[in-house]
Design a protein around this ligand. Structure first.
Ligand code: ATP
Ligand code: MG
Length: 376
């Protein structure tokens, strides 16, 4: 087991005379035994970062340490890391056992030890009955387990995962996600995991690193990323459906209010916002769909028209427009809503977010705290 420390890590690709910064000055300290997830849209530099840690890609600048050792120039095979890829790339002509044993044989590990390590990995992954099968006789989920097994038998200091579940169907993904969480728990190993699936990021990570265009946007515990997104990008990326973001202004005309651009939508704000914002100013107001409700008649709310209703069984998503703004509400499944219906939308004033319209950075407005989450 080991920590992984990236200091000012940069990757520049020279491509037909063009220079492309794939990863820009990345600082990240992954603790020994920690599960850190890199998440972000396609092309943001997740795989490049992981491949630099694995030693599959050269590092343009900065320092990479695994444990106390600087490994910038250490070849991949001497870094004591194991990587699991999206396409598990098993050897088709070898049995499951031999696929898992292969790297150990290359290293001339004695046969009894190979048998013991493969047996132990197969037990952890619950694939003992499959050891004599060939990969083509296995389901996608079983093949992915074998790929995990190949990594486990090497007893690496660090596990690296690059979208290991994205070839699996939705149900299997959720199941394998649990397997990986269980594996982390069982091995207590340091894991760095790349995905663009935010559900994986939120459920697996001790901490989540949100990236965009080669730059880190936020590094935090999953709930902190969700509750206190540092900027509008993170606010819009983490959470499904995403946070409602409304451009407008905070005005003080007898009471503090938010007025959306164009003036068609207005809502009262907690008085404490005045001091926090330093007075009236333009903002982007953020509100999560679960903090929008259908207000009862006679209550204050924003008049809106329902555009679309998605009954998901355990909840109902309502997409509505109010004064040219699109808004999403996540409400209880029994709430009555139909397309074309005029409704009043209520906003939980204690759960609003505010961002600077120019920089997109979060503004320090007060929000009511969440009860202390259970310890992981
Ligand atoms: N070998 C290469 N040569 C030139 N540019 C590259 C190379 N590999 C990656 N890039 C560029 O670097 C950027 C980051 O790529 P990377 O593969 O790290 O993205 P990613 O976050 O893993 O995306 P995805 O979610 O699609 O896998 C991209 O813009 C990509 O085009
Ligand atoms: Mg990638």
């Amino acid at each position: 087991m080991a920590s992984v420390t990236l200091s000012g890590i940069r990757k520049i690709y020279q491509d037909a005379g063009r220079t492309r910064v794939a990863v820009a000055d990345l600082d990240l300290a992954v603790n020994d035994g920690e599960f850190v997830v890199l998440v972000g849209p396609s092309g943001c530099g997740k795989s490049t970062t992981l491949r630099m840690v694995a030693g599959l890609e050269t590092i343009s600048a900065g320092e990479l340490r695994i444990g106390d050792r600087v490994v910038n120039d250490v070849p991949a095979r001497d870094r004591n890391v194991a990587m699991v890829f999206q396409n598990y790339a098993l050897y088709p002509h070898m049995s499951v056992f031999d696929n898992m044993a292969f790297s150990l044989k290359l290293r001339r590990v004695p046969s009894p030890e190979i048998a013991a390590r493969v047996g132990e990995a197969a037990r952890i992954l619950r694939i003992e009955p499959l050891l004599e099968q060939r990969p083509r006789q296995l389901s996608g989920g079983e093949q992915q387990r074998v790929a995990l097994g190949r990594a486990i038998v090497r007893q690496p200091a660090v596990f690296l995962f690059d979208e290991p579940l994205s070839n699996l169907d939705a149900k299997l993904r959720v199941q394998m996600r649990r397997e990986i969480a269980r594996l982390h728990h069982a091995l207590g190993a340091t894991m760095l995991y790349v995905t663009h699936d935010q559900a994986e990021a939120m459920t697996l990570g001790d901490r989540v690193v949100v990236m965009r265009d080669g730059h880190v946007q936020q590094v935090d515990a999953p709930l902190a990323v969700y509750r206190e997104p540092r900027n509008t990008f993170v606010a819009g990326f983490i959470g499904s459906p995403p946070m409602n973001l409304l451009a407008g202004e905070v005005v003080d005309d007898g009471g503090l209010r938010f007025v959306a651009k164009g003036g068609a939508l207005a809502l009262p704000l907690p008085g404490a916002w005045k001091a926090a914002l330093g007075g009236p100013r333009p903002v982007i107001l953020g509100v999560r769909p679960e903090d929008v409700s259908l207000a009862a008649l006679g209550m204050t709310g924003v008049p809106a028209r329902v555009d679309l209703v998605e009954p998901l069984g355990q909840e109902l998503l309502i997409y509505a427009s109010a004064g040219g703004q699109e808004l999403t509400a996540r409400v209880a499944p029994g709430v009555r809503a139909e397309v074309g219906l005029d409704v009043l939308l209520g906003f939980d004033p204690e759960q609003l977010h505010a961002f600077d319209p120019d920089s997109g950075e979060r503004l320090p407005t007060p929000r009511s705290p969440l009860p202390t989450p259970p310890r992981r």
